[in-house]
Design a protein around this ligand. Sequence first.
Ligand SMILES: Cc1cc2nc3c(=O)[nH]c(=O)nc-3n(C[C@H](O)[C@H](O)[C@H](O)COP(=O)(O)OP(=O)(O)OC[C@H]3O[C@@H](n4cnc5c(N)ncnc54)[C@H](O)[C@@H]3O)c2cc1C
Length: 468
Amino acid sequence: MSLSESVRGGGSGRERLVVVGGDAAGMSAASRARRLKGPGELEIVAFERGHFTSYSACGIPYWVGGDVPDRDDLVARTPEEHRARGIDLRLRTEVTEIDVPGQRVRARDVDSGAESWTSYDKLVIATGARPIRPDMPGADADGVHGVQTLDDGQELIDTLTRARGRRAVVVGAGYIGVEMAEALINRGYEVTVVNRGSEPMSTLDADMGRLVHEAMEGLGITMVNDAEVTKLLTGDDGRVRAVVTDDAEYPADVVVLGLGVRPETSLAEAAGLPLGAHRGLLTDLAMRVRGHENIWAGGDCVEVLDLVSGRERHIALGTHANKHGQVIGTNVGGGYATFPGVVGTAVSKVCDLEIARTGLREKDARRAGLRFETVTVESTSRAGYYPGASPMTVKMLAERRTGRLLGVQIVGREGAAKRVDIAAVALTAGMTVEQMTALDLGYAPPFSPVWDPVLVAARKAAAKVRGD
Ligand SMILES: Cc1cc2nc3c(=O)[nH]c(=O)nc-3n(C[C@H](O)[C@H](O)[C@H](O)COP(=O)(O)OP(=O)(O)OC[C@H]3O[C@@H](n4cnc5c(N)ncnc54)[C@H](O)[C@@H]3O)c2cc1C
């Protein structure tokens, strides 16, 4: 087939940047590069196969649950806004091939099927992640929903609006499953969460996940742990009617899948670009794809260096994707920036229960060959005598002998989630738990006890490391 070809520069001598993927990483990179280089110097072409750009998937649970009234509230920058800033944004256009030696990409118009090649001087791959879908009967039935994109969110809302019954089953109890359980509770559904692991939130140790489990049951959510979903049953109308596990059947008018994601790197793999053990693209600190001078990658499609364990990991979070985009855009635009790595910080909530983690869990520390001490403390969010004080549990891991902080998990109510940022900073700075005990944190009775819960944990961990 002969395809049309758009040759870079068009004789003007300016460079062409091609971006694949129009959300957090891709459009941050494009916007930053545009800020540094005007249209006279740099032509920017961005391909996005969906209907939206620069949208917050993170907000989908709150939109579905009704806290955020409108889909448009989740769009940070529309296609028109990008175009007005001199970015040639091609919506509903999927890149189907990267020709690395030829420095060009093949793209297909999703609606018309028309294909063409576009050549590049610089390429940014920001294709995100692909949700894991169960390979089992009924998984594609009407009423079964993922929540990866705004289109997914809209389809789920449409189903919830039309559904005759009010029984929802969430499959998977990671943070998306937990947040979707809250959204469905808020919409008046009876919610069952079916989870393969021993406790919800496998990003926590099981003893901390247990606290989330208890709180979810307290909210009226039925938690089913250690359960493998084997099939989804459908009715005569083709709609889902139940979720079946090894030993039980859970009636469902709607099913939401929250089974995690994998890097979307099929294009990159076919192009021979380097992938890591988690199938994410491998980059250097400037987010340049290893071994490729003019190709960058960022966001959910890459692996990142875990600064605590020293290992490469795949962590699909918007906070990283936006930072990657900034770094890429700066470098592509002629500046200099690096992304050193992550310490693994993440927060979420289910109703008023806040869940936070940073650094290593016990099993991560063991896998990394570290020996460590663990403490768990119960404290309160405010001075015990101040109205509204609520319980907070902090778990802390410190390396044996050196006392280096390795990880913190916090479960509690108001103020629990963002307290983990203290530990994220301490981890980044390579502090010991002994050093943490002297941190000059703010105190007044409405905000914390005189010894903040994180400091109480640090004191206890330091004493354990010293062998007191
Ligand atoms: C329900 C939910 C809640 C979340 N909550 C949080 C949170 O609270 N905090 C947090 O930090 N993160 C959260 N995240 C994760 C966050 O949304 C992602 O990490 C972030 O969107 C990743 O950005 P990205 O640009 O790498 O990838 P994406 O946002 O996935 O964007 C990739 C884009 O590339 C497009 N694309 C892919 N392949 C092609 C192709 N071949 N051609 C053209 N276009 C292509 C896709 O259509 C997509 O729009 C949440 C995610 C979900 C789904």
